[in-house]
Design a protein around this ligand. Structure first.
Ligand code: PMM
Length: 307
């Protein structure tokens, strides 16, 4: 049996492990996709962040603006009011925190408060100041596939070849943010499950993760980048698990399916999964790592013999 304890990816300021990482979600919002309202108060949000870290989250992602389909934007002031005290407390205690924001002004305050990663679901498209800010701060930056704000994003879910288009649009975003000074070694890609994507689009993108991110042998010259996968509690899981009458399974009923995606994404080579419920996902990434470590190293390796 071969084992490889080397970290999969090293990104400045973030944990690196020889397995896929787990990012736990704290939505400080009244209306998020699946957990809106649960952690709106600072105290509840901070306590939840500590719980997620204790349960095995490698990173805690704090967001103040809902991006569920149809959501309207909130002001930057309100976003700061929601996330800043939470980030400050978690970061002060040593928890690796990422800020889920599309606004450079919010990201800047969050980084000052101790956040170590900027998770920008718009990949730098929503706020033209974001790439410069990230470049100056020299922190890891999640560039997600995004076609527009939530209020009408489903109208933009029109693809001929979803895999090729997501890959090419991500590639263009990487070129754009790198041109603004972002260090390519700090870029993390995210296919943006559920963002301007209908049911089947999400499955096609997941099945092609290695192609989209070039995690596998198709790696071209710009790749590979670490990839973040955010499938947790998304609608396409509820639809997959619909009852006999076609009613989609409620969000919280798709946590087990999220764990299945975590295992498969980790086995495909994902850098990190973004999830609402941490414990079973923390187990799943360890299972995937042990499975992979036990795989023969390659043709002709022959393993360690009969023991
Ligand atoms: N999804 C949501 C919010 N932020 N960030 C990244 N990088 N990837 C995602 O898929 C993603 C995200 C929406 O889900 P939620 O409102 O249930 O947290």
């Amino acid at each position: 049996m071969s084992s490889d304890p080397a970290p999969r990816y090293r990104l400045a300021g973030l944990p690196s492990e020889p397995r896929c990482l787990v990012m736990g979600v704290v939505n400080v919002t009244p209306d998020s996709f699946s957990d809106g309202g649960q952690w709106l108060g600072t105290e509840a949000a901070v306590a939840h962040g500590f719980d997620l870290a204790a349960q095995g989250a490698d990173i805690v992602d704090v967001g103040g603006e809902s991006t569920r389909p149809g959501a309207q934007r909130i002001s930057a002031e309100e976003e700061v009011r929601r996330v800043l005290p939470v980030i400050t407390e978690l970061a002060r205690a040593g928890v690796p925190v990422s800020v889920d924001t599309m606004r450079a002004s919010v990201a800047e305050l969050a980084l000052e408060a101790g956040a170590r990663l900027v998770n920008d679901v718009s990949g730098g498209l929503a706020d033209p100041h974001m790439p410069r800010l990230v470049a100056k701060a020299a922190v890891p930056y999640v560039v997600m596939h995004w076609r527009g704000h939530s209020h009408d994003m489903n109208a933009r879910a029109i693809y001929g070849d979803v895999v090729a288009e997501v890959r090419d649009e991500l590639r263009r975003r990487v070129d754009a943010v790198v041109a603004e000074g972002v260090d390519p070694a700090l870029v993390i890609l995210d296919p943006g499950l559920g963002f301007s994507k209908l049911n089947d689009h999400n499955w096609q993108v997941l099945a092609a993760l290695p192609e989209i991110a070039a995690l596998g042998p198709a790696a071209g010259r710009v790749w590979p980048f670490p990839v973040l996968v955010g499938a947790s509690r998304k609608r396409f899981l509820g639809r997959l698990l619909a009852g006999p009458d076609g009613t989609p399974r409620p969000f919280s009923g798709s946590d087990d399916a999220t764990v299945a995606i975590t295992a498969l994404a980790a086995a495909a080579g994902a850098w990190c999964v973004r999830v609402h419920r941490v414990p079973a996902n923390a187990d799943a990434v360890r299972v995937a790592a042990a499975w992979q470590a036990a795989e023969p190293a390659g043709p002709g390796s022959g393993g360690d013999g009969p023991d």
